[in-house]
Design a protein around this ligand. Structure first.
Ligand SMILES: Nc1nc2c(ncn2[C@@H]2O[C@H](COP(=O)(O)OP(=O)(O)OP(=O)(O)O)[C@@H](O)[C@H]2O)c(=O)[nH]1
Length: 286
């Protein structure tokens, strides 16, 4: 139990301490450690703990973020307008998730469920979603997720969770993120997913430059990104994933001789500029 039970940025030190204590005392007794945050927790500081703390990253690996959505009340929280610079925790928790359990489906109508699903997919086009009653899902869905594991990203990105259409929120508030400076409040509909699916081969140096530039310029707003690409001079896929300014890549599966080389990328973040992301991608094509 973390002191005061609340996991947010102010108690990251507590999380580090607790994880290291668990590692020290019970090293070989764990397959997994499950951290349940409060409903008000911001996921980013918790995720970053696994990367930024040297000792933690040596002994513990982040497997994935699972978000449990209360279908009865989620829409109200996702649509809540917060004062400027105050994040909407519900939106953040959906945005960072690798797996989303839409719970309490017995308490909503089918059309409510469809609208909520659409809303969630607009925020996060990367996560696998399952509907549930009383939180009942297979253990495999929530443990051994491999959300940050480059070896697994390939199949995830190839999976059905990445639809060819790009997502940007159209929830009807009439203004998007880039207009925020005109307002004294923030609609967190500014958090959305952009996915790119396109055939072709990319210049590897250009790709690396582009991604580096992206995280340098937009790192704070880029919550997650994943991709599987075809790059010149390599018979293997180029797989990458990132959280904010952390970026990882590795070679993936070999392309078959006659296989169509389809590049797939997903970005989740705040105020994503879809046009510029597409332009950046196109700029890398050979
Ligand atoms: N009808 C219905 N009720 C549910 C379902 N899942 C949980 N509940 C009930 O909802 C009530 C509140 O439970 P939760 O919303 O899960 O509470 P919680 O968020 O875990 O509570 P804290 O972690 O203490 O904040 C309990 O009485 C549960 O039995 C479901 O799928 N359907």
């Amino acid at each position: 139990m973390v002191n005061n039970g609340c996991l947010c940025c102010t108690v990251r030190g507590d999380l580090v301490k607790m994880l290291l204590e668990l590692v020290r005392k019970k090293r070989d007794n764990f397959d997994h450690i499950v951290i349940e945050t409060t409903g008000l927790a911001k996921p980013a500081p918790v995720i970053e703990t696994f990367y930024s703390d040297e000792l933690v990253s040596e002994y513990v690996k982040l497997d994935g973020v699972v978000t449990l959505v209360d279908c009865k009340h989620a829409m109200q929280h996702l649509n809540e307008v917060k004062p400027r610079f105050v994040v909407n925790e519900a939106v953040e928790q959906v945005a960072y998730a690798d797996r989303i359990i839409m719970n309490k489906i017995d308490l909503v109508s089918e059309s409510e469920l469809n609208i909520l699903t659409k809303k969630i997919k607009n925020i996060n086009g990367m996560a696998q979603i399952k509907q549930a009653k009383f939180g009942s899902v297979d253990m495999d869905f929530v443990l051994g997720v491999g959300g940050y594991d480059l070896q697994r990203i390939e199949s995830e990105v190839d999976g059905e969770c990445l639809s060819p259409a790009s997502h940007s929120d159209d929830s009807g508030h009439g203004h998007k993120g880039h207009h925020h400076h005109h307002h004294d409040h923030v609609h967190d509909s500014a958090v959305s997913s952009v996915s790119i699916v396109a055939e072709g081969t990319l210049d590897r140096d250009e790709v690396e430059d582009w991604l580096e530039r992206l995280i340098e310029e937009k790192g704070e707003d880029l919550y997650r990104m994943k991709g599987v690409l075809s790059v010149d001079g390599s018979e293997q896929r180029y797989v990458f994933q990132g959280v904010h300014s952390m970026l990882d890549d590795c070679p993936g599966k070999t392309w078959e001789p006659n296989e169509k080389r389809i590049n797939k990328l997903v970005f989740i973040g705040r105020n994503l500029d879809e046009t510029s992301l597409r332009k950046g991608f196109k700029g890398c094509l050979i």
